[in-house]
Ligand binder design. Structure first.
Ligand SMILES: O=C(O)c1ccccc1NCC(=O)[C@H](O)[C@H](O)COP(=O)(O)O
Length: 266
């Protein structure tokens, strides 16, 4: 059983409970925020989706003491283009309250980073103030992926469609996903290879598609590596959650998006 299988088994239990609680869901959040499918294609520097991540299956505890609202404000001050909030409790020690608190603290787009398998979770994420949800191709049948993608889109949410290999990328392309996240972390071994990004990004021919490189990004040269393979944005958790000097860390990762500015990037 892979870690993803274990997480999805837990989600199935959570969804059963959530369905009993649906009527207690808070009203949908009203703030209007920019859409990263548009904004990430018009910036001059690398877009950073900065993640609130207390713990993870691969690393254990990362930053258990974090105050998500305060951390989000710091990320915004440093120039983040969006905030990712890991809401899974069992494996990442997050919660949907983290999204609510971050929404109070910032008007930036918020990615609810959970393992979505049912529309009830999408309703919950929207009600908490998320503007983007994650759909992990490996966690869904093609039919479910299509259904949840359509449902989220109808709710006015953006979807980050996450892939790990060629087969999953073919599905994301067939879906015509506007934002595709290529996860550099192998969910079976937890090994990270930034070459995964370039390999899979080359399969995307639609110039409108926004490509995000996810996981294992630590240094300026990591960002250069994925930028040169076509990344519009990077999703960074651990490196930012453990940064001693967040401003300095952001400056290191914020390279120009255009290769023409390569001299400034080094
Ligand atoms: O991070 C993990 O160990 C993990 C394990 C299983 C499923 C998902 C996992 N992480 C979620 C993410 O996608 C990352 O938090 C995100 O890409 C940021 O990664 P990093 O910068 O390496 O913290």
């Amino acid at each position: 059983m892979t870690i993803l299988d274990k997480i999805i088994a837990e989600k199935e239990k959570e969804v059963r409970t959530l369905k009993l609680e649906t009527n207690k869901a808070a009203p949908a959040h009203q703030k209007s925020v920019v859409r990263i499918a548009d904004s990430f294609r018009s910036t001059e520097t690398m877009n950073i989706i900065a993640e609130i991540k207390r713990a993870s299956p691969s690393k254990g505890s990362i930053n258990l003491e974090v105050n998500p609202a305060e951390q989000a404000k710091k990320y915004e001050a440093c120039g983040a283009g969006a905030i990712s909030v890991l809401t899974d409790k069992t494996f990442f020690k997050g919660s949907m309250d983290d999204v609510r608190n971050v929404r109070e603290a910032t008007d930036l787009p918020i990615l609810c980073k959970d393992f979505f398998i049912d529309t009830v979770q999408i309703d919950q994420a929207k009600a908490a103030g998320a503007s983007i949800i994650l759909l992990i191709v490996a966690a869904l049948t093609p039919e479910k992926l299509k259904e949840l993608h359509q449902y989220a889109t109808e709710q006015g949410l953006e979807v980050l469609c996450e892939v790990h290999n060629e087969d999953e990328m073919k599905q994301a392309v067939t879906l015509d996903a506007a934002i595709i996240g290529i996860n550099n972390r192998d969910l079976k071994t937890f090994n990270v290879s930034l070459d995964t990004f370039g390999r899979l990004a080359s399969m995307v021919t639609n110039p409108e598609t926004v490509l995000i490189s996810e996981s294992g990004i630590k240094t300026r040269s990591d960002v250069l590596h994925v930028r040169n393979s076509g990344a519009h944005g990077i999703l960074v958790g651990e490196t930012l959650m453990q940064a001693e000097d967040l401003t300095e860390q952001f400056q290191a990762l914020q390279i120009p998006l255009s290769k023409g500015d390569a001299a400034n990037a080094r």
